[in-house]
Design a binder for this molecule. Structure first.
Ligand SMILES: [Zn+2]
Length: 99
């Protein structure tokens, strides 16, 4: 297997952080930001009302970097936002490009 580039490793560390939060759901879990800034990972799901599939951003509550996953299962009980708007007052997420 070829070595991952730095960009791939960065994206992968974000993806693993996302998985850690999903696996713990609905228990809240403090998964540290992969950027090492002391922030924690939050998830915002987007989808149509009642749909079990949607999209998600996994983002840091300190640096507001994050990743976007276009098609994921939405866990039962998760808050889901319409595609055109996330949580009120949250700054724009600076998306990390999928390497
Ligand atoms: Zn961060």
């Amino acid at each position: 297997m070829p070595e991952m580039t730095a960009a791939q490793r960065r994206w992968e560390s974000w993806y693993q952080a996302f998985i850690s939060v999903v696996e713990a759901f609905p228990e809240p879990v403090e998964v540290p930001c992969p950027e090492g800034d002391g922030g924690f990972i939050r998830l915002t799901y987007y989808g149509l009302p009642g749909s079990s599939k949607g999209s998600v951003t996994a983002w840091c509550d300190r640096c507001y970097h994050g990743i976007w996953l276009g098609r994921v299962s939405i866990p039962t009980g998760a808050q889901v936002y319409p595609f055109e708007g996330g949580p009120e007052g949250r700054p724009e997420i600076k998306l990390i490009p999928e390497a």
